[in-house]
Design a protein around this ligand. Structure first.
Ligand code: NAP
Length: 283
């Protein structure tokens, strides 16, 4: 049985490779797909096979997926390109005779109004129509998304977001990767997992940050425009600042406020609670 992981030089993908090894999958049965061979040096040192492939280069994907049985398709990071890129990976998986593809999607992808959801929904639909075995791993937010907020609160005593009521069910990126690997190794096709930790509100998040930092931290609601202006002040480009500010509005619409025990079931334990998550990113 040969497993492959795309985006293996990224945060999530490298953790997934490590979790495959932790699950007892031999290094010789793991193929790590990377854009850059140089960046994959640490993966090579683990003894796994590194193949260079780019989501935008179908021929490289065809070669990289030869002999692969089960694939963890880690969603791409370029919002403008990634649906086409995911379709390229799925087409290559069909040609290579891959039997099962697990895809990292988003909370309630099919009905979500989150600005990130359309690519995920369309990728899920493409996979379903492909005839390949599929598993959908609908990840809530990584707590790692909030590392900057925690660092900022250390200085200012404030967490600010354009959110009034929307809740989030974050978890550690490593927990999502571990759950993905467990689902892939179990190998049951046709499953959709809504993955996330306990739901929290932003005032609860600020209070938990305060507990971890050992100082009072208050939550302040700002407008989406204010949030964008702050991010521009940090030097983010216009489009990126606007995108992250708009994500707050998506969160406020409740797109991540979905409670589920799927993560706990796949992990076989309770995921880290909010304070433990914050400790992990507080540095
Ligand atoms: N749920 C959440 O809160 C959340 C947060 C962040 C991201 N995400 C999603 O989850 C994915 C994994 O997250 P992450 O933290 O691991 O992100 P990351 O560290 O940026 O990793 C993304 C990986 O995708 C690879 N990649 C990007 N474009 C590619 C292309 N054209 N061809 C081949 N590989 C390509 C990158 O390669 P290089 O190493 O060469 O750059 C990298 O290995 C992200 O891509 C994004 O879709 C979800």
């Amino acid at each position: 049985m040969t497993y492959a992981v795309t985006g293996a030089t990224g945060g999530y993908g490298s953790l997934a490779v490590q979790h495959l090894l932790n699950q007892g999958v031999p290094a010789a049965s793991i193929v790590a797909l990377a854009r850059s061979e140089a960046k994959a040096a640490a993966l090579k040192a683990l003894g796994v096979t590194v193949r260079v492939a780019d989501y935008s280069d179908p021929a490289s994907l065809d070669a990289a997926l030869k002999g692969v049985d089960r694939l963890l398709l880690v969603s791409g990071s370029d919002p403008g390109q990634r649906l086409t890129q995911h379709k390229n990976v799925i087409a290559a998986a069909q040609k290579a005779g891959v039997k099962l593809v697990a895809y990292t999607s988003i909370t309630q992808a099919t009905t979500s109004t989150n600005i990130l959801a359309p690519d995920h929904k369309a990728t899920e639909e493409t996979l379903k129509a492909s005839g390949l075995g599929y598993i959908f791993l609908r990840d809530n937010w990584y707590i790692e998304n909030y590392a900057g907020d925690v660092a900022g609160a250390k200085q200012s005593g404030v967490v600010a977001a354009a959110v009034t009521k929307g809740k989030v069910g974050s978890a550690l990126r490593s927990e999502y990767a571990e759950a993905a690997v467990k689902a892939l190794v179990a190998g049951v096709a046709g499953k959709t997992y809504e993955l996330g930790g306990p739901l929290w509100s932003y005032p609860e998040f600020a209070a938990a940050v305060g507990k971890v930092l050992g100082k009072p931290v208050k939550f302040v609601t700002v407008t989406e425009a204010d949030k964008k202006a702050t991010l521009l002040g940090f030097g983010l480009p216009e489009g990126v600042a606007g995108f992250y500010a708009a994500l707050d509005t998506s969160v406020d619409a409740g797109t991540l406020a979905h409670a589920s025990s799927d993560l706990e079931h796949l992990l076989g334990r309770k995921p880290a609670d909010l304070e433990a998550q914050i400790r992990a990113v507080a540095g």
